[in-house]
Design a protein around this ligand. Sequence first.
Ligand code: GBH
Length: 435
Amino acid sequence: MSFPKDFMWGAASAAYQVEGARDADGKGEGIWDALSYGHVQYNENGDVACDHYHRYREDVALMKQIGLKSYRFSVSWPRVMPEEDVINEKGLDFYSDLVDELLKAGIEPLVTLFHWNLPMWMQEKGGWENEEVAEHFERYAAAVVERLSDRVTWWMTINEPQVFATLGYVVGAHAPFLKKPEALCPVTRNVMLAHGRAVCAIRSHAKRPPKIGMAPTGGGVTPFEDTREGIEAARRQNYEGEQGEPFGNSWWMDPIVLGIVPEPLKGTISADDLKTICQPLDFFGFNIYNSQNYEGRVENPYMYRGVPRTAMGWSITPECLYWMPKFHYERYHLPILITENGMANCDFVMLDGKVHDTQRIDFIHRYLLELKKAVDEGIPVIGYQYWSIMDNFEWAEGYNKRFGLVYVDYRTQERILKDSALYYAEVIRTNGENL
Ligand code: GBH
C-alpha cells in the first residue's frame, strides 16, 4: 500500500498568527489583540503579522507553486463578529475571496472555526467560563457556514482545547492569561458544548454535505518496546494515565467522540450535556509534534540525554506519527487527519539568498516515513497538514520561532520558499513515493 490517490497533502495556518489587519474592515478586538501586551517575547503582537489579509493572493500562489492539495486556515471570530450578535460582512468577504483563490489554484480549503482569538466582547462576559459562549459560537458558526459552505466541505470546530484551556486559564501563558485552576472544569464543559452546537450548526446550514471534525492535540505516549505488553501499556497511558488529564487526549475526545465521561469530569458533564457534546464526526483530526516513551511510567519530555530537539526545545520523535494515528484510530474508529505537524528551526537567509533548512527536510522525511508505515498497515489516514505554510506569530514566543515552509522577512513582508518547501513539493508530486 501507499498514500491514497486523493491524500490531502497540505499546510496550515491560523488567523491571528498570519493575517494582521488588526482593525481592517470592521474587525473587532480579540483577546490576543487586547490582552497580550506584556505576555509575549519582545512585546510583539499580531497587529501586522504576515499581512496575509492583504497578501493572500501572493500566498496562495506560493501554495500552488509548492503543489499543496489542501490548505488549513482559521476564520477569526472577532473579524466576523466584532460585537455581540453583529455580523461583519466585510470580514466574511475576506474568507470568501480566500476560498475562491484557493479553489482557482486547485487547493481544497479546510476551515477551522476557532483558533484561540476569542472576541473581547465574549471575554468581557466571562469568556469560556460563561456557558453562553456555546450559543454565541453556534451563531457565529452558522454565519460562516452560510457564507462559505457552497464551496467549503471540510470543517474543524476548535483548535487544541488542551492548550487554550490549560495555558489560558491555569498557567496564564496564553490569552486570557488567567491563573484560575477552578475555571478548568467549567471551561472544559463550555468548550465541549460549543463544539457540539457548532457541529449541529454546520450540519444544518451546510449547502453541500460537510465533513466535520476538530483539531485537538494531546501529545502521545509510544511503546517503550514493540511487544504486546509494551503496546498495551502505552495505550493505557494515552487514554487513562496522565494523558487522560486536561492536556491529554481522552479528557476531551472521549466525551466528544465516544460519549464517555472520564472520571475527573464526572460531576461536570451531565448526561444531558453529553447529548449536545457527542455529535457524529466524519474524521479524527489532531495536531501532533512529538511524543513520550512509556516505560512503566511517563518519561519526561527530554526522553534521553542529547535527544534531538527543535528550536522550541521539543524532542524530535518521528514514531509519534506511526503510533498515534494507530492508537487514535483503534479507539475512536474515525479516519485520521493530521491537522498539524512541523518544527521550528533557526532559519535565516544565507549568503546565496536562500534558506537552507536541512533539519526541517530531515524532520518532514522522518515523520512522514512513520506516517507511511501507518498507512501501509491500513490505518485510514486521509491527509497531512504541515505546520506552518509560512513563518508567523508564534503566540507567547512572538516572531522568534519559525515553523514555516516559506520564510517571511517581517521588515519587508518578502517571502522566500525554504529548501523544505521544495522538498515537500517533491513529496506531494510523487504522492510520497520519494520518501
Ligand atoms: C500548535 O500548538 C498550535 O495549534 C499553533 O497555533 C502553534 O503555532 C503551533 O502548534 C506551534 O507551536 O513536551 O516540551 O516537548 C502546539 C501544541 C503542545 C505541541 C505541547 C508540543 C509538547 C511540548 N504543543 N507539545 S514538549
